[in-house]
Design a protein around this ligand. Structure first.
Ligand code: P6P
Length: 338
């Protein structure tokens, strides 16, 4: 949709999506995230020069994955901005084993909780491939000033906001507050995010599927059959489709959102629940894609209906253009996703 006036993210949200006093704290929280995103973008752009590229001397995170120096830098920047902003009572972060509850006076009574992957796809940083931040905003379920781990275990349909920042050729902040999807592009000179994509709608179908083909023989038969179907020559349905896989969820989802497509991270013989985490990867991306007219399933049910049991719980995910998700669902149901 054509942008008529140059609005900052704050001005646009205040005017169009989050007007009224009741939304002041949520707008302020989204500004806290924006601040940290600007700082992360700056760190990424100068990483090679500042020697902050590379692994953190063999350290592994709660998922047994190599921790990059920038994973910690990004995690600390988001924690600092969210804690000092006072608009969030606590966070779940991919980089922290346990929930982090903010104990300062203001944060304790905040209405919101944040689940965040501070730097998704960080293995790609060394080769200058786009990476991103993914976040989900929940309302605190209790009115007391006490926050508990279980407060984060909310079904994805209860999210009040979700977004990602993609640090690529430009830095773009994609956001939904439950009233469609908009995107804001960072002007590096004035360091402000301006509305650049209004009311984004995902194409009903596309010709790109996004999966790590290397896991093909590990996938359930139904997923293998779908991939083979994508490869078949069938002009009427636009096949063969093109395989596009960056290995950075934010980049693969962003392309699917704008161009149409299907992103797959299936369960497999070595990953019985897939790899991507429900609270801070699958849920926020599913909220965004559904708000843009797409679909997202775990192979059996809507991602946003999955009730979380643990904060780092993983989930298979099939997400993107609605016609493409419906198509793979036919294969998944034909073998009850086995
Ligand atoms: P694989 C990055 O490590 C990540 O968490 C996502 O950003 C990405 O989609 C996925 O893992 C890639 O995983 O197993 O294909 O390398």
């Amino acid at each position: 949709m054509k942008i008529k006036e140059k609005l900052t993210a704050y001005q646009y949200l205040l005017k169009d999506k989050l007007s009224g006093d009741k939304n002041r704290e949520l707008i302020a929280l989204l500004k806290d995230i924006k601040l940290a995103a600007r700082q992360v973008a700056k760190e990424l752009n100068s990483a090679t020069l500042n020697n902050t590229i590379g692994d953190l001397s063999g350290k592994k995170n709660t998922h047994g994955e190599e921790v990059k120096k920038l994973d910690i830098v990004a995690n600390n920047l988001f924690i600092k901005s969210l804690e000092n902003g006072g608009n969030c009572a606590g966070i779940v972060s991919e980089e922290k084993d346990k929930v982090l509850i903010f104990n300062n006076e203001v944060s304790r009574s905040s209405k919101y909780l944040v689940c965040i992957d501070p730097l998704d796809g960080s293995t790609n940083i060394d080769v200058n491939v786009p990476v991103g931040t993914i976040f989900s905003v929940l309302k605190r379920p209790t009115v007391s000033d006490k926050t508990f781990s279980k407060d984060f275990l909310q079904v994805g349909s209860r999210q009040v906001a979700a977004g990602y920042i993609i640090y690529g050729s430009s830095t773009i902040y994609v956001l939904t507050v439950g009233k469609g999807v908009d995107a804001f592009t960072l002007d590096p000179v004035v360091q402000e995010f301006y509305l650049s994509h209004k009311d984004i709608k995902i194409p009903k179908k596309g010709r790109m599927y996004s999966v790590n083909q290397g896991n093909f023989y590990e996938f359930p038969l139904s997923v293998q059959e779908y991939i083979r179907w994508c490869e078949q020559n069938h002009e009427k349905s636009g096949r063969p489709y093109s395989l596009r896989y960056v290995g950075s969820m934010v980049a693969d989802i962003h392309r699917s959102l704008l161009k149409g497509g299907l992103f797959i991270y299936s369960k497999s013989k070595s990953a019985s629940s897939g790899k991507l985490r429900l609270l801070y990867e699958c849920n926020p991306m599913s909220f965004i894609i559904e708000q843009a007219g797409g679909l997202a399933t775990d192979g059996k049910k809507r991602i946003l209906d999955v009730v979380p049991k643990t904060i780092h719980q993983k989930s298979p995910i099939f997400i993107g253009s609605p016609e493409m998700v419906k198509q793979i669902n036919k294969f998944l149901k034909s073998r009850l996703f086995n």
